[in-house]
Ligand binder design. Sequence first.
Ligand SMILES: Cc1ncc(COP(=O)(O)O)c(C=O)c1O
Length: 461
Amino acid sequence: MSLDQEDGVNIDEVLDSDQAHVWHHLTQHKGFESAKPPVMVSGKGMRITDANGKEFLDAVSGGVWTVNVGYGQERIANAVRDQLVKMCYFANSAGNIPGALFAKKLIEKMPGMSRVYYSNSGSEANEKAYKMVRQLAAIENNGVKHKIIYRDRDYHGTTIGALSSTGQFQRKAQYGPFAPGFVEMPHCLEYRSQYGDVADYGERAARELEKVILQEGPETVGAVVLEPVTAGGGVITPPEGYWETIQEICKKYSVLLHIDEVVCGVGRTGKWFGYQHYGIKPDFVTMAKGVASGYAAISCTVTTEEVFERFKTDADDPMSYFRDISTFGGCASGPAAALENMRIIEEERLVENAEKMGVYLMEKLQSLQQKHQIIGDVRGKGLFVGMELVKDRATKEPVDESIPARIAADCMSNGVIIGRTNRSFEKHNNTLCLSPALICTPADLDEIVDAIDSAITRVMG
Ligand SMILES: Cc1ncc(COP(=O)(O)O)c(C=O)c1O
């Protein structure tokens, strides 16, 4: 019988209990009839330790690009503890101290934005924006301008509404029927250009939005939701000229621009928000994962004062304000963690570090691409990078998804956790993903890239 000395927990009991009773996310459990599932026990900085005592360098910030300030930040834990003792919860129809202070601090990083609506997850934050768009349509034009356009390969969450607006076939398969009013537009991955080798790819890909708006009827389209850099869809950085055209089209047809910063938000891409690389003026920005780096559950739907005002125009109408509540949007632990998380990012200049380390990582991966033919494309922004694996660089035929799975498993057995696109597309689950914490150093990145180098050599050898 093993015993975790630190907190007196019987680890064998934990593993047995997990195997018997926990239903893990994104997991086929058949293999766990004869083996124990992975259980993570402790973490410090960039490293995490499992129940067997094996330590890993985490190149994906908690598996799904979340723990942006790294593990074991006692300042955040203390801030949450202090807040819980003082006042843990009250429904967010009333404010609380960290909620008010974090909203101010957040808005200071987002010129042009003004109001923060709290909830718990990225999916929920997106659902709030969708509800706002639909309600504005209901209030202002009998519900006609209610449709929301989303993009092939983007992901916006797990709930039925958010999944209805997701452009990933395998994530959606078997979970329909989906909500009406969501319409897909084509992706903007230049490496897999739909138009051949063209000089104006970015503008053409953006014009697809206009085509969909015209096809649906501009009077019916309320908003478009886009990731600034597509995350789980293969780390897709937007092509040149893309965002300028998207912005122009949104203005032309009075379509609200909703940027989903659930992954990119709060420093990951080397700016506070991904959209800030591209000079865009969004109407909604949603965020979750990095807001409190996983130390507490919190998400934010941020809007402009202009959108907010539109919910106040008729105070005599008992139905015209935003009649939504998220019970746990009132947990004061969320903004308490977010406030301290943001202070750490500021004091330790982690946005700047993400930019600097991102350049270093990109250079290293481009060198790796020279060495391994299987790496067809390397793309990313800041500490958010993807490597698309192909059988043949000329035809760009994707490798079978078992290859990235074996490369990731090899890295894991050698103590480095990397990510990969997983059950998203039929043929394109072929991208390795890296999103190390914003605190990473060149030595951490060297170790990560060395592990991938050796893994590719072994798997392809
Ligand atoms: C871009 C994007 N939006 C939304 C979500 C959904 O967030 P959550 O899992 O917190 O509901 C995710 C989750 O990975 C995401 O990557």
